[in-house]
Design a protein around this ligand. Structure first.
Ligand SMILES: *Cc1c(COP(=O)(O)O)cnc(C)c1O
Length: 344
């Protein structure tokens, strides 16, 4: 599976995942729909065992490797959900796993999954350089979070589930949050085959627009990464997903971190769902301009639920402004809480 993945590879990934991950639910919430004037289906990847969709990719990668190669171990670099995905998958297949993370990341979650966490340097590019050294010395397989075809094919299985759902054939648009772009690229592959009239729309934070700008430029560019939203925090475009997105993606939207926080509050109040920021970004794009989707049926991927305690506390403390052009949405929460001062 080292060449450009296709929808057939996504189907093959589903065979590899059989018995390892149940399908995740997709629900629609009447109060949310009424507020937005849009029929929204929320695909719940936040209920995966690692709290994010990426575990589909990690398990697919490990399942496709020969036992001998697994035995040499895997090395990767990540601050968050990719690290947990690979650690989880390595544990499931008994493969040694090393994750290099920026020093501030901590590493508790991957250690709990049985992986070795190496804390190194100030940021992810320093961690990547260290991971490359470690792989060269040990002979372990170096895994790029964005440019590994098996990861992309694996995460694509979520989109088979979406389009095979009873609501799937009626979808006008599918909104997918983007960091490296593997999820959105896989969504395009599956949509082209199962739902060609459904528009796939990628969503990134305006405070970290590398994938968006790469798509617009037609080549991979680097951009400042100032978003507080972990899953979307990439500083460069990744070649493999960009290549797939280039001709297949209908649209790429940017949303502010503030809008993403509003969408997190909406999911908490109207969809009883605790999403991390990245998990609410797709809904944030609908919330940003509901008129663009008026009367439509859309699916949004709630890609993850790994919100930190500090992130959850901040959501409760500081309700955001009303959406642009919206007619006074009633934000969920305790009555009277809406104008409460920020907690100290
Ligand atoms: C990684 C991640 C994303 C972005 O996915 P890519 O495939 O890297 O574009 C979105 N949401 C969550 C929760 C993530 O962990």
């Amino acid at each position: 599976m080292e060449s450009e993945p296709t929808c057939a590879d996504v189907r093959a990934a589903r065979e590899l995942l059989a018995g390892r991950l149940p399908a995740t639910p997709m629900w629609s919430y009447p109060a949310l729909n009424e507020m937005l004037g849009v029929t929204v289906h929320v695909k719940h990847e936040n209920v995966q065992p690692t709290g994010a969709f990426k575990v589909r990719g990690g398990l697919t990668l490990l399942a496709a490797m020969a036992p001998k190669e697994r035995g040499r171990g895997l090395v990767t670099y990540s601050t968050g959900n990719h690290a947990q995905s690979l650690a989880y998958a390595c544990a499931a297949f008994g493969a040694p796993c090393t994750v290099v993370m920026p020093a501030a990341a901590g590493g508790q979650k991957v250690r709990a999954l049985g992986a070795q966490a190496v804390l190194h340097g100030p940021d992810l590019s320093a961690a990547q350089a260290r991971a490359e050294e470690l792989a060269a010395v040990s002979g372990a397989r170096l895994v790029s979070p964005g440019d590994t075809p098996a990861l992309l094919a694996g995460v694509g299985t979520a989109y088979l589930e979406i389009f095979e759902d009873p609501a799937g054939p009626e979808l006008d648009a599918l909104l997918v949050p983007v960091g490296s772009g593997t999820g959105a690229a896989a969504a395009c592959l599956v949509a082209a085959e199962l739902a060609p009239r459904c528009r796939v729309i990628a969503v990134q934070s305006s405070a970290a627009p590398a994938a968006h700008d790469s798509w617009r430029a037609g080549s991979c560019v680097e951009r400042a990464c100032r978003t507080a939203v972990d899953g979307l925090a990439t500083g460069r475009g990744f070649a493999l997903p960009q290549r797939l997105l280039r001709t297949r993606l209908a649209e790429f939207r940017l949303v502010s971190d503030e809008r993403i926080a509003e969408a997190q509050r909406l999911l908490a109040g109207h969809a009883h769902t605790l999403a991390e920021g990245a998990g609410a970004a797709a809904l944030a794009a609908v919330l940003d301009t509901p008129a663009d989707f008026a009367g439509q049926r859309v699916a949004v991927v709630c890609s993850g639920g790994n919100a930190s305690a500090a992130e959850i506390a901040a959501l409760a403390a500081a309700p955001g402004p009303a959406p642009r052009g919206g007619s006074g949405p009633d934000f969920p929460g305790e009555p009277g809480n809406r104008n409460a001062p920020a907690a100290v």
